[in-house]
Design a protein around this ligand. Sequence first.
Ligand code: ADP
Ligand code: ZN
Ligand code: ZN
Length: 756
Amino acid sequence: MKYVEVILPLPLEGTFTYAVGDELSSKVKPGARLLVPLGKSKRYIGVAVSMTDVKPDFDVKEIVAVLDDKPVILPNQLKLWQWISNYYLSPLGDILKAALPSGLKTQDSYKPKTEQYVGLTEPYRNEQALHIAINTLSRATKQQKAFIDFLAMSHWDSLSGTTNTEDIAEITKEELMNFSHCNAPSIKNLIERKILYAYEKEVGRLNNGGESHFENIKQLNKFQAKAFDEINSQFEEKKVVLLHGVTSSGKTEIYIHLIKKALEEHKQVLYLLPEIALTVQIMERLKRVFGDRLGIYHSKYSDAERVEIWNKQLSDSHYDVILGARSAVFLPFTNLGLVIIDEEHETSFKQQDPAPRYHARSAAIVLAGIYGAKTLLGTATPSIESYYNAQQGKYGLVELKKRFAGIELPEIRVIDVKDLQHRKMMQGPFSPQMLAAINDALQNDKQVILFQNRRGFAPMIECRECGWVPKCSNCDVSLTYHKNLNQLTCHYCGFTYTVPKVCPNCGSEKINGRGYGTEKIEERICDIFPDARVARMDLDTTRTRNAYERIITDFSAGKTNILIGTQMISKGLDFDNVSVVGILNADSMLNYPDFRAYEHAFMMMSQVSGRAGRKGERGLVMLQTKSVDLPVISQVVNHDFKNFQKDLLDERAVFHYPPFYHLVYVFLKHSKNEVVESAGLEMGGRLKQYLGDRILGPDKPAVARVKAMNIRKIVIKLENGINQKQVRDVLHYVQKQIMQDKHYAALHIYYDVDPL
Ligand code: ADP
Ligand code: ZN
Ligand code: ZN
């Protein structure tokens, strides 16, 4: 007997021990999937991590089967899983669930795609027999024609004497039917006559992007070339380099040169993007150069495709470059040499729910470390953490201050909405200046991007008589009105409600929407500019992979004039003809109740501004706000990243926030409010015994009930340099103590480390 430690896809700490009978023990290898029993009747697919001969001092069950001859998770991947589990206080089982595509987590969900082929049976593989066959078919003309066509297509007809089958082409049934205009019964008859035989073959789902064409690489200008050299020389000393280059300075072209260099050194590259919307454009730029050496991997790909990419990465014919969103950090690599994290400041690199709540930037840097690879972080607006690390000398720093081809950064005009409202000059969400700028752009055949960070029609509806606001019955939030669907939706739990005709509180019919979501902006814009072609890009219009591609390619091709969208349009998109960008409501970002509100608002505004005037003329940004006097507004206007970061760092140091302190949020969840209340107090109290005034709370979070679960939050502020392992041990210990109390049996405790 041997014993194996197995990770199961369950939110439970640690690994599980199983026995392996002698006949299977040679087959079990770390990283292979095993079928194992759990409890009375359940079976799970787990991942083997280690083996031992030592019998544990508790009863163990035997594994049922070994599912892989060769490991599907490589040792380096397991190291990354361990790191994520440890750092983000997340059970290994949750990492397994996030890391593997579904097809590798269940036994029967991945089906290889197969195709039906037909071939020539053995006895007919010589000239004489072929003539006999053709003759015997003389009274079955359809079959005869199909057979002759088959011989031509497969090149059997040109074969004389020898049977050199290497020259024979494989023909699918379908190809034969299409070519020969015959039907299935004719082919079936040929098979029944034992002239042809049928066979099935697995075919890949992955597109073939053609060969690589390094000659399509653009030559770098002198600023780019200097940055490229600096990056490479800094890589000699630093594992991570931050490329801080203003929007449209040509960072992507530098990445392409770095990828080429890595490939020439026979290394693999992982290129991470925060948003699938972005992969559409970047993919085209990379495909042109790297052809089918480039693989794409993200959650909008079908599960079967993802399994095939995974398996391909394990084979000798793996991709050299992987372009993907967050989950691509989990792919197998054999020889990773470079990781590029584009738009490194983006918060969507952090997974929120479900666990593991990991930051893909941190995970990717760790992954690169495991492989001895280098990491390049690229952005126009570095995250405060990365910027600080660069200032401290932990990361290298390379700057690109000029836009490509000497284009100036856009002019940003601030529009005082408060004043205009006072003078009753706003037209709904639009100032007259905004409308004039849009009109100008349209007159000159230019395109416009309008940014509004709320989707739906109205973020809120209310009764004008009594002030009643519909709320979600499962969550402590008001509902968003979606006009197209004519329903109210909870953006927290996804629940939908019909729109009431009368107020259930006072019976009034005066129920109105308040505020503007992207849907309403679109409607208003279409009213004001009836000739303009308008598109909208938000979560509601991009449920499928094709929807993204269509909106972006149509806008790129000039088929749409105005693109309205949420933060999705703020990131890295490269359009040639956008002259005006409108930021409709900066205040919704600035007033967000979070210490990161200004940081996020600055980045969002700078990034979306960066979409303007990338080619040709200088772009114009119209920024509507009620807070014209806030320093952050003038910093956006002046593209003054340095002072913005300086102010932010000063404030963070005073109030003990990142990057000077690490934050850990502890969440407690239970269906009963009393239970979560007392558990929160108890946990907070116990933690304070060990960690003192590093513990704040428990408190009710801004949204204290989600999906019918009540929530409490404890904030932990840890000074840099504290022994993180000790803190983790305390957390695990206290959690265990709490969970021993029977009252808390159904309590769910989880952590958000480095929350965003
Ligand atoms: P960033 O990634 O910094 O926003 P991009 O790499 O997208 O900038 O470059 C902005 C635009 O300038 C793109 O359309 C790109 O094709 C073009 N460009 C950048 N560098 C070069 C170059 N060296 N030669 C030709 N065109 C370039
Ligand atoms: Zn809800
Ligand atoms: Zn009412």
